[in-house]
Design a protein around this ligand. Sequence first.
Ligand SMILES: Nc1nc2c(ncn2[C@@H]2O[C@H](COP(=O)(O)OP(=O)(O)OP(=O)(O)O)[C@@H](O)[C@H]2O)c(=O)[nH]1
Length: 365
Amino acid sequence: MLNVLLIGVGQCGNRILDAINKEAFGGGMVSKYYGKQKFTSHVETIAINTAVNDLKELRFTKARDRIHVPYLHGVGANRSVGKNCFDENKELLLSTIEERGDFDVAFVIASASGGTGSSFLPLLIEAMKERYKFNVYGVLVLPFREEGAIYLQNAIFCLKEVMDGKADGNLIVDNQFLKHLGKDIKTAYDGINSTIANRFLFLLKALDSEMMMVTDLGDFKSVMSGGSRLATMGYGEGDKNTPVKSVIKHSLSHAGLLFELDPYSEANRAMIILEGDQKYLNINDITSEVEKLACEVGQVFKGVLLHKGEVPRVLTILSIGASSELDRLFKIGVGAVEKQREKKELLSEQNRLIAERLEGLEPVY
Ligand SMILES: Nc1nc2c(ncn2[C@@H]2O[C@H](COP(=O)(O)OP(=O)(O)OP(=O)(O)O)[C@@H](O)[C@H]2O)c(=O)[nH]1
């Protein structure tokens, strides 16, 4: 049995962790106290935040799993403030992790664009990698593109830090790409968070199972460390009449992915995990789809989880190589930084002129 640690930092990371706990405990309001987690693995969860109200909002995460780092009400999207705050509280956070025992793998989840999560995530992963032997992965949520210049610049600097950082890899999820999951911001968040939660439960189940064809933590690491150190997930689910080929294709399509990617031309490595009743998992169909992807991507690991009576489901992990969507994001992020700089320069020029005009003058009454 694997020992897994899931950490959610900042409001977005906390909420996604809460959605995972909701799924894992079955969704009842008190099941976190009496219920048994659905995981095969032993899973510990920790929600970290500088804003106590964000922690209070969590409904499925136990009180003992919510760690408040005192800093009034969040760091206000300022990553420099967030980084200082992390440094001052690093030992508190690491000792909280150590109290939970030893782990085989950990995931740190946060938005790339806020203040707390996006500044803590790269530093926390670095600190964990320096101190512990287990693999640590980041899960980063990218902003809606219209959320403003500060969120955009935070996102590109955070992304750059994780691409150069110590994590064993990072999964990215794009709010903008998944916007269609809700008709307003609240339902979009709920839809995105529960989508991530469902895929996470699938992934953890797969990593801790005896599979017909082997994929394990080692293969996962190989996929996650490929390319830009960024990866994303795809998912497909069929019914008893859906050919497994279509379920695999769905997981690799726009409708199945968490980030805009052409898997055939932009992925570097892949892992495909199939689950269901053997009668729905035609091995020749699976092999031909996997070969098609492997021809373009290079390396594809595959695993099959057999469950009698269950409809076919597919989870794909794709490491991202050169990606046009990443390129676009960096371009608009750089534009946002330049605009911020211009505005700051204009303001300081205006202040200089005001000071110049007032020089030698006193108010007259
Ligand atoms: N998918 C998803 N994104 C969210 C959610 N809540 C916030 N976000 C996104 O997260 C980004 C803002 O980051 P937050 O997590 O709120 O910020 P924080 O890390 O708490 O940092 P500060 O509030 O600045 O201290 C924005 O891009 C939001 O769209 C959520 O529940 N789900």
